[in-house]
Structures are given as structure tokens and as C-alpha cells.
Design a protein around this ligand. Structure first.
Ligand code: ADP
Length: 446
């Protein structure tokens, strides 16, 4: 059996006045692999624990297979959890660790056949007689997975199950989890702060920020059409370039987005998405360019739809198969506070809840992401003061471009760049995407 899990407008506070999960709605289909993704402290584990029945739901509804389940005991839900710290009994062998929940569920039944079948499925038959202290981290996590699988649960709830393992093992077990859950066809909710893990595992990814759902979609959708700056910046490596721009749409000339010392000239005739930017005339916006949207090439080789700018090489990151070049283009980067700062500050709950949402609340909810505070920080629009130092941990420059390792670039070189405007993102000052148009449905073949 595999479950449909629905959350309707679910909220949770641990301390009065501070919501760690805020109005979350999610429908998870039977057999689906859904990843909850977000920075540390954004409420992912709390959501998982509410689904498991380990935390009470303050407001909203949890439905399991369509039935109201807020007050079901964890044991009635038939779900299995896998944690990052393995949580094995130290004084039991692998065999007993896997068999233990089966014995609790049905004391009369012999757990051996199910333990054996599970061990074969995971390829851990040789580990069954060892104690946890005699197992490596990866082996322990396999036994923990075995304990979850052997119960034939209606759903797997996995809370950062791989984060205690080294990178190689993590990749290996990630593939194994993907294979196993698909083979078993059991609904899986998987929590991680690692966007690469989320993208490689999930049928869909739900991006959380400060307890508020930002977007839910297939990995392709959230990458190609992020709803706001936060999702755009959280997903993808290297991080999307976010530059502060100013839209100039004169009646008698080409439309441009000024990036400080340079400008992107939008190709004529304007595509529909660029035409819609006209209403932003004179307003500050945030330009999003993924590193693959910019190439290093002579301006004379520009193709239709490419805009020419130049960049001063600030830093070259050699990655082996490619290099990441950090340029200074004379623009000012936009700051995404949750990604620059260690963690988002706790937010006070909405006041006047009992009186129902105010008009302002409704507008904010429609905007999708405001309840958790500003997604992006801009100082005074049009501010032309001195360039601030990059936030701690960020390399200098305002534009990162990917290129092949054969290109010889060094600090201080002035380099021609071509921007593919078909891959231009524009966000408004609140961080919501305005180009491509927010109404654009993902026409991705999925
Ligand atoms: P994540 O899994 O995204 O890292 P959590 O759901 O664990 O986030 O926590 C969300 C917020 O709730 C954090 O600010 C955390 O400190 C707080 N929190 C989590 N559990 C408790 C608890 N039992 N009591 C009080 N605060 C908690």
C-alpha cells in the first residue's frame, strides 16, 4: 500500500507568535518522490515530523488517502522514518535491528523471511550479524534503510539521510535510494538542504523558505521557471547571477536594461516577454543570468538574440572539466538575505489571525513569498553609491561565467561577453519573476 499525503494550509509554532511552518499546502500523490528543499531552519523537518505524527499540527489539515489524519497516532500511519544519524540500537545486530520493528508489529510472526528478503534487496546479507559499531557509516545507513523497508511502510519519510556520509558514498546511496523507492513504488518525502540532491532525486521539489512554500514543481520546472529570486538563487550551481538593473523603454528607441556602467539592449522585434517589461520603464529590477546564458566571445560573433557587454576578470576558479570566471561588469549584485546570512530570523506570526486575513495579507499571499520577509534586498532604487564589499563567503565580481578549461584568462583582463537574452530572467523589487511572464506555463516535455 502506498499513501496519498495532503497538507492543507498547515501551520506550526513552537513558541507563541513564531510560526516555523506557515500556511503550507502540498498534495503528494501515491508513489511520488517529493523532496522538501530549503536552507537550514526553514521548517523542513517540522513538516516531516507533522506528517509522521511526531509533532502536533497547530492549524490546517493533514489528509492521508483523503482521510482527516491530524490526530492519528504515528503507529496508525504506517510510515517509516530514516534519519541522518542512523538511529540503530547499538546492542543489536543488523539482523535484529531490521527485525525489531517487525516483532513489535506482530510478536507472533517470524521476522526472518522479511529480514532476509530486505537484506537481499539491499545487498547487505553479509552485514546482518554485525553490531552497529562494526559497521561503516554507509553500512549503518543501509541497515537503517533495511529497517524502514522491511516494515512495508505506506510511506518513507527521510530526514537528510545521507548528510553524515562522505561525498562518494552519498552519491552511491542516493542512486540506491532512488532505485529502491521506485522499485517499491512507495510515497517518499525526503528532506534536504542540498539542492543537487533534491534535483537528482525528486519527482517534484518543494522549495521552502522561512516556513513558507515558495514553489513546487519538477526539478526541470523549478530550474527553468523559478517563481522568485529565492528559488532561482537556491537552485543551480554555480548560483544564478543576480544583477540590479534599470529598465529603459523610450518611445523612440531600443529598450534596454541598464546594469550600472553597461546595458543589455533587448533584441528587436521584442519578444512577448520583453514587450511586457515596458511597464517597468524607469523601475529598478533584478536581472537573473545563469552562467550558461553568458559566453566569452568576440562581439563580432554575436548571434541573433545576444547582447554584448564586457567584463573584467576578477577571479578564475579551475574546476578540471571547466573553469568558472568571476567578472566585474560594473553592475551591483542583488543580495538574497537567506542565502547570504546563516539562517533566517524567526518571524512573528500574523496578527489578527482569528479575524481572517486582511486585504494586505491576501495580496501578500498572492505574491506568494512575502510572509517570510523580503526575498531580496535592494538599497535605495537608483542608488549609485560606492560598491559594497561582497557578503562574507562570496567571491569578488558580479557575474560568473562557465567556460572550457583551455581558455587562458587571468586577473585584470578585459573580456568580451555575449548574453543570450532568450535566457534572461527579470524579477521585480520584491523578488517575484516578471520575465519570462509569470503566467508562462512550463512547456517542458515532462
Ligand atoms: P529544518 O529541518 O529546515 O532545518 P526545522 O524544522 O528543524 O528546520 O526547524 C525549524 C525552526 O523551528 C528552527 O528555527 C528550529 O530552531 C525550530 N525548532 C525546531 N524544533 C523545535 C522545538 N522542538 N522547539 C522549539 N523550536 C524548534
Amino acid at each position: 500500500m502506498t499513501r496519498a499525503i495532503e497538507l492543507h494550509d498547515v501551520s506550526k509554532s513552537y513558541t507563541r507568535g513564531t510560526r516555523v511552518v506557515d500556511g503550507l499546502s502540498l498534495d503528494i500523490a501515491p508513489g511520488e518522490f517529493l523532496v522538501l528543499l530549503g536552507p537550514s531552519g526553514c521548517g523542513k523537518s517540522t513538516v516531516l515530523r507533522m506528517i509522521a505524527g511526531l509533532e502536533d499540527i497547530d492549524e490546517g489539515e493533514l489528509l492521508l488517502d483523503g482521510e482527516y489524519a491530524n490526530h492519528w497516532q504515528p503507529s496508525e500511519r504506517g510510515m517509516a522514518m530514516v534519519f541522518q544519524n542512523f538511529a540503530l540500537y547499538p546492542n543489536m545486530t543488523g539482523r535484529d535491528n531490521i527485525g525489531f520493528p517487525l516483532r513489535i508489529e506482530d510478536p507472533g510472526a517470524d521476522p526472518a523471511p522479511r529480514v532476509g528478503a530486505t537484506a537481499r534487496m539491499l545487498g547487505i546479507e553479509d552485514l546482518l550479524d554485525r553490531f552497529p559499531s562494526q559497521l561503516s557509516g554507509g553500512e549503518r545507513q543501509r541497515v537503517a534503510m533495511g529497517r524502514a523497508i522491511a516494515r512495508h511502510p505506506s510511506a518513507f519519510l527521510m530526514d537528510e539521510p545521507l548528510s553524515n556520509l562522505d561525498a562518494k558514498l552519498r552519491n552511491h546511496l542516493r542512486a540506491e535510494i532512488s532505485r529502491l523507492t521506485r522499485e517499491l513504488g512507495v510515497t517518499t518525502v525526503y528532506v534536504t538542504h542540498d539542492q543537487a540532491e533534491a534535483m537528482s532525486l525528486g519527482d517534484r521539489v518543494a522549495v521552502l523558505r522561512g516556513g513558507v512554500l515558495q514553489q513546487v514543481g519538477t526539478p526541470r520546472q523549478v530550474y527553468a521557471l523559478p517563481r522568485n529570486v529565492f528559488t532561482a538563487a537556491f537552485i543551480g550551481t554555480p548560483r544564478i547571477n543576480l544583477l540590479r538593473g534599470l529598465v529603459r523603454a523610450p518611445l523612440d528607441g531600443a529598450m534596454t536594461i541598464s546594469l550600472g556602467k553597461q546595458a543589455l539592449r533587448l533584441p528587436e522585434p521584442l519578444c512577448l516577454d520583453h514587450q511586457l517589461l515596458r511597464v517597468q520603464q524607469g523601475r529598478e529590477v533584478i536581472v537573473g543570468l545563469r552562467s550558461e546564458a553568458v559566453r566569452i566571445a568576440r562581439h563580432s560573433s554575436a548571434r541573433a538574440g545576444e547582447a554584448a557587454i564586457t567584463g573584467l576578470v576578477e577571479h578564475v576558479e579551475f574546476q578540471g572539466h571547466e573553469i568558472l570566471v568571476h567578472f566585474d561588469t560594473g553592475s551591483r549584485p542583488a543580495v538574497v538575505p537567506d542565502l547570504e546570512a546563516p539562517r533566517p530570523a524567526a518571524r512573528p506570526a500574523r496578527r489578527r489571525r482569528r479575524e481572517g486575513p486582511t486585504v494586505l495579507d491576501r495580496l501578500r499571499e498572492r505574491a506568494g513569498s512575502r510572509r517570510a520577509g523580503p526575498v531580496v534586498v535592494l538599497e535605495h532604487p537608483g542608488d549609485t553609491g560606492p560598491e559594497p564589499a561582497p557578503p562574507e563567503g562570496r567571491l569578488p565580481g558580479d557575474l560568473v561565467v562557465r567556460t572550457t578549461p583551455d581558455l587562458r584568462l587571468h586577473h585584470g583582463m578585459q573580456v568580451p561577453l555575449l548574453v543570450d537574452l532568450a535566457h534572461l530572467f527579470v524579477f521585480d523589487q520584491q523578488g517575484d519573476r516578471i520575465c519570462p511572464s509569470p503566467d508562462r506555463l512550463p512547456d517542458l516535455d515532462e
